[in-house]
Write a protein that binds this ligand. Sequence first.
Ligand code: GLC
Length: 741
Amino acid sequence: MNKQDQFIDLKTEKRIDDLLQKMTIEEKFGQLTQYGPSLVGGFQVTFEELIAQLVTGRITKEEFEAQKDSFKEDLHEDKIRKGTVGSLLGTFGRDKINRVQKIAVEESRLGIPILNCVDVIHGFRTVFPIPLAESCTWEPELLEKSAAVAAKEAASEAVHLTFAPMLDIARDARWGRISEGNGEDPYLGSRIAAAKVRGYQGDDLKRGDSVLACAKHFMGYGAAEGGRDYNTVQMSMPVLRDIYLPPFKAALDAGVATVMSAFNDLNGIPCSVNRFLLSDLLRGELNFKGFVISDANSVGECIDHGVAADKKEAGALALRAGLDIDMATGSFELEGQNMLRDGLITQEEVDEAVRRVLRIKFAKGLFDNPYAKEQDVQLLPEHIALAREVSRRSIVLLKNDGCLPLSKTIQTLAVIGPYADEATDMMGAWAFTGKDKDVVTALAGIRSHVSSGTTVSYHKGCEPDGQVYDEAIEMAAGAEIIIAVVGEGSAMSGEASSMADISLSTGQQALLEKLKALGKPLVVLLQNGRPMAIPWVEANASALVEVWQLGIQGGEAVGDVLFGDYNPSGKLTVTFPHHSGQLPIYYNHPSTGRPGSVSKFTSKYMDMPLGPLFPFGYGLSYTTFAYRDLSLAKTVLAQEDRLEVSVMVKNTGDRFGEEVVQLYLRDLTASLVRPVKELKGFAKTALAPGEEKQIHFTIPVAEMGFHDQNGSYIVEPGRFKVFAGTSSADVLEADFEVVQS
Ligand code: GLC
C-alpha cells in the first residue's frame, strides 16, 4: 500500500492554486532555493578552512573554539523578507528559527513559512548508534522508536525536516558512508526504511513531535566505483531495481515526504538531472507526491560532471528532470529567470515544482503553526534508556573463546586503545547535535560495571600512525585481562571518508601484537564505522566484539555486554572481508559459471580465501542455538501460492538468549543469473535455556521474482531452494518448485 496520496488534499491544492496566482517569479524561484547558514567574518581563514584545520589536526579543539566565535552567522533575513529563500539548511536553535520564521510569515509579502532542514541522522541530542550499528539489531520496530525520539527532540528545536533515513545499499566497505546506511541487504534495508519513516513522521505530520523525513540518496550512491565517494555508478537496471531501489520504494510506500537526489551519475546521467530517476521512476512508477531536493551543490556539480556548461543550464536540466529544491547551488535564484527567458524551462514546470514544495509545507502544518513551541524533551530519562537498549542490541559478538562475559569482581583490568575514552569518536559521524559531555565512553562504561574492588587501568596505547607507548604495555602486563579498544575515529567514516585499505592502522596493529605477546586473555572491542579487514585479530584475540560507534550510551552498552548484563544478540548486516582487495564483497552474489575454490580454474583469488572473514547475518551469543526440522507445507507451488516454511530452533546453552532466525531463498534456474541467497524473512526470537520454538515464515511466490532487463517484474516457474539458519553461511536447506499456473 502506497501512502503517498496522503499528501493530496483538494482544499490544500486550491490554496496552492491561489498562492501560485499571487506569487511573483522571484517568489516562486525562492521556494526552490535553500540556503545554509553561511558564515561571514572571520579573519585569516574562512569557517570551512577552520573546520578543515580542526579535522586534520592542524589546530586543537581549544584553538577552534577560540576562533569560531569570530564568525557570525548570516541567516539571510533580507532574502527571507523578500520571499526569495524557501528553506534553510543546517541552522540550529528554536529561538533563532522562530525569529526568521516570523520574518517569513509576518514580514514577507505572502507570508509563506520557511522550512528548516537539518541532518538528524542517528539522534538529535540523544545520539543513538550509527545507522549501520542500529541495523545489526534486526529490530525495525526498535529503530522506529529511536527515530521517533530523534524527531521529538529535533522538532522541539524547530527542525521541520531531517535529511534521513539514508537508504543506500552498500557492498563496498571502502565507501565511508556505509556507516550511515542499513547494510547490504535490500529486504532488511526495506523493513528499516519503512520503520524510520514512520518514526520520524509519526501518524500526524502536523504534530509538534514529528519531522518530515527524506529518503536519500536517490539513487545508487553506495555503488560508487572503487568505493570512492562521489565516483561514477554504472549498473544494470535489474540490479538497480532488485538491490538499490527496494528501500526507497519501502520508504515511499510508508509515505516519506521528500527525497534527496544523489551526487553520483547513474550510467552517465547525474542523479539531480536524471529524468528517468526523478520523474519516470519516482513520480511515474512509485507515485511520489512530495518534493525532491538536490544533495548540496549537486546541481552545480553537473558542470564538473560535464553535462552542463553553467548554473543556468544545470538548473534547467534539473528542473526539467523533476528536481524541485536546489539545496546549495542557488541556480534558480541566480538563473531561473534567464532559464525562462531562454526557453530552457516553462512557467508550468516552475509552478509544478513550487506546488510540490508548498504541498509539503502545508502537510507539515507550517502555514497554520509556523513556530516551534518550547518543550523540555532533550535527553529525557526514557530517551537515554532507549539509547542504551538500542546500543546494546547493536553490538555483535564475533568471537569468544569463553572469556566473556567477564566477572564484575575481577581484580585487575587494563583498558588500552586510542578510542577507549574518546567521546566524539563514540558518537560516530553526523552527530554534531550531540555533546561530548553526554557520552559514556567504553572506559567509563567498563568502570561503571565493575565492583569497587576492581582496579581498571587505562592508556591510549598508541598513535594511529605507528607509535606504541611502552607504558601501555607495562600497564597491561600487570592486569588479569586486557581489553583493547581499537578501530576508527568518527571522522574516518561518513561522507568523503573512503579508504583504499580497511585494515587497522599500523599503530593499532602493532599495539595489539605487543598486547598479545603478554600471553593474557585479550578482549578486542572494535569501535568503527565500517567493516574492517582484521584477520589477525580474528585469529589472535580471545574475544572480538563489534561495538561500532554507539552514541551517548555506548559505554554503558559495552559494559552491559562485557559483564553479562545483556547477552549480545546483534547480527552483521554487512560482510567483513579478509582483505580490502576482496571488495566489493556481499552475500547475495551471483554464482558465476565457476563457483567454489577447489580447482585452480574457478572464480577466486590465488592469495586470499574466497569467502568472507565474517558473513552477512553472523553474530554469536553467550548461549548456543541449534536448528532442526526445516519443513515445507508444500514443495510444489503455483504462482498464486504462498510458501509455508517452518524450522525448529532451540537454546542449547545455559543462558537466556535472543536469536535472529534468518530465511533465504535461491532461484536455481532463471532467465537471468540469480543470487546464491536472498534474504526473504527474519524473526528475532527470545529463548530460555533449553527452550525450543517452531518459527514459521510465509513467503508469497509473488515475492520470489526479479526484474528483467526491460524493468518488468517477473516470477518464473522452476526449482528453488529455501534456507533457514543463524547466518547466511550457516543454514538448513530444502527444495521446492514453482510450477506454471
Ligand atoms: C551532504 C550529504 C547529505 C546531507 C547534505 C546536507 O553533502 O551528502 O547526506 O544530507 O549534504 O547536509
